[in-house]
Design a protein around this ligand. Structure first.
Ligand code: ADP
Ligand code: ZN
Length: 436
């Protein structure tokens, strides 16, 4: 059957069309936000009326919304519609202080499913595909978010949920799974267990497409996973505050993630001065939702660091592309005055074919000085050649020092030594006194 390349007509809008629609939706969103006690007060406090917001430039007049605002108004203080009109909530774990709650109306859930379906369609998923979701279901939005999106597209969906790797692999072979959604660390784990069980993904499965996201990973890691599983892997970006998955997604060009500008207005700001950075420069991603009903967020500071990729995408879509997420501003390690992102360490480690993909960065204070240890698992089981291991350790240390400008202690470990986490991989353990 011949299908269109596009799931929605909004994908084909040119810049003028996108911006016209955004201005229209911004005006109605801001008016709608006056139904929220939080935004009403915010606007009143600075003498701003919702009628002052007419053009996209007027967005700059609106104060930022932060995660702290969501915590302070926990659980329902941000809602713009009565609770009786809401049909679902998702909540974050809240390891630090109050958790946060995101409310959805039925229309919000439909729009969210549409965004996810659009992303999946863009990378070639069609109703003939079998889609297996290895995300946790429940509060984690990667579960239900992908489920409803894949169903709307019309794929046969397998809600396998997280864990039980042997069962996941059995589903691949029994159900003829062609598309999988997994976080990058789990995609590598799937391959590892397939190898142990003598399952060759190319020979024994129909896997073709992998959707990976939810945690920072480098392009080298993506290529490595693609080679392992014999698939094309597409980066998927989302967060609970913006519904969940479906915010930005790579197209078949695999060259940055298109952010759906009929859903969001994108800004990149300097996290210190809070002023916009010039296009192409890295800063904090700020998003305004323009088609949400239950709980729209205006200029929400995501704390994710990225940049807008300049230029046109050869796929023909004019929705802006964001670069891979470099990390969260609060993931940044400051060691001996140097700013380091875990992803920089990963970019070095992935270049050594002797290493597996699991690693852990530990920070300690010894005699008043801070030290970094990088533990990483070896790929093979042959760890008897002591001299070769020492050389390897030295080479890794040197390359890490060149990249992050401090010298870590590198420890090579046998495979399986680093504990696996259930959800997103834990890459940093900070034992330093001031951080406890
Ligand atoms: P939590 O805040 O508990 O991690 P979320 O599931 O809402 O819950 O996580 C959203 C965050 O995950 C984003 O703000 C971002 O930091 C990270 N993230 C999501 N997708 C990606 C991706 N493709 N690449 C890198 N980081 C991502
Ligand atoms: Zn594109």
């Amino acid at each position: 059957m011949a299908y269109s390349n596009y799931f929605n007509p909004e994908e084909t809008l040119d810049r003028e069309g996108i911006e016209r629609l955004q201005a229209e939706r911004l005006r109605s969103t801001v008016a709608h936000c006056m139904g929220s006690g939080f935004y009403r007060k915010r606007f009143r406090d600075i003498g701003l009326s919702h009628e002052d917001i007419k053009t996209l430039d007027d967005l700059q007049k609106i104060p930022f919304t932060t995660k702290q605002d969501l915590r302070d108004t926990y659980p329902f203080g941000m809602a713009s519609i009565p609770l009786s009109k809401c049909t679902r909530l998702h909540s974050s774990s809240g390891t630090t202080g109050n958790p946060t709650v995101i409310l959805h109306s039925q229309k919000d859930l439909e729009q969210w499913a549409n965004a996810v379906a659009r992303c999946l369609w863009m990378v070639g998923c069609r109703p003939e595909d079998v889609f297996q979701n290895t995300s946790g279901y429940g509060m984690f939005t990667g579960g239900l978010g992908f489920q409803y999106g894949a169903e709307l597209l019309g794929m046969l969906t397998v809600p396998a949920a997280a864990g039980n790797t042997l069962r996941q692999i059995k589903f691949f072979t029994d159900f003829g799974t062609t598309v999988v959604h997994a976080i990058p660390s789990y995609a590598a784990r799937l391959h590892e267990v397939m190898c142990e069980r003598g399952v060759d993904p190319r020979r024994d499965t129909k896997l073709r497409t992998l959707v990976i996201g939810a945690e920072p990973h480098s392009d080298q890691t993506r290529r490595r996973i693609e080679n392992m599983l014999g698939v094309k892997a597409y980066n998927s970006f989302g967060m609970s505050e913006m519904c969940g998955p479906g915010v930005a997604f790579e197209c078949p060009e695999q060259n940055g993630m298109h952010i759906w500008e009929d859903y969001y207005i994108v800004e990149i700001i300097d996290p210190v001065t809070l002023k916009p950075v010039p296009e192409g420069e890295v800063g904090e991603l700020v998003l305004t939702t323009i088609n949400r009903e239950a709980m729209p967020l205006l200029r929400y500071r995501t704390r994710d660091l990225t940049r807008i990729l300049p230029g046109e995408c050869p796929c023909g879509r004019h929705h802006k592309r964001i670069d891979r997420i470099k990390g969260r501003s609060d993931d940044m390690i400051i060691l001996k005055g140097v700013n380091i992102f875990p992803i920089q360490v990963e970019q070095v480690l992935v270049q050594f074919k002797e290493l597996a993909s699991d690693y852990l960065i530990t920070l300690d204070t010894v005699d008043g000085s801070d030290y970094m240890t990088v533990e990483v698992e070896l790929a093979g089981s042959n760890i008897d050649d002591y001299a070769a291991l020492q050389t390897l350790e030295r080479n890794i240390t040197r390359m890490l020092r060149d990249e992050i400008l401090v010298t870590p202690k590198v420890k090579l470990l046998p495979k399986g030594s680093i504990p696996q986490s259930e959800g997103k991989a834990v890459r940093v353990k900070d034992n330093r006194k001031q951080y406890q």
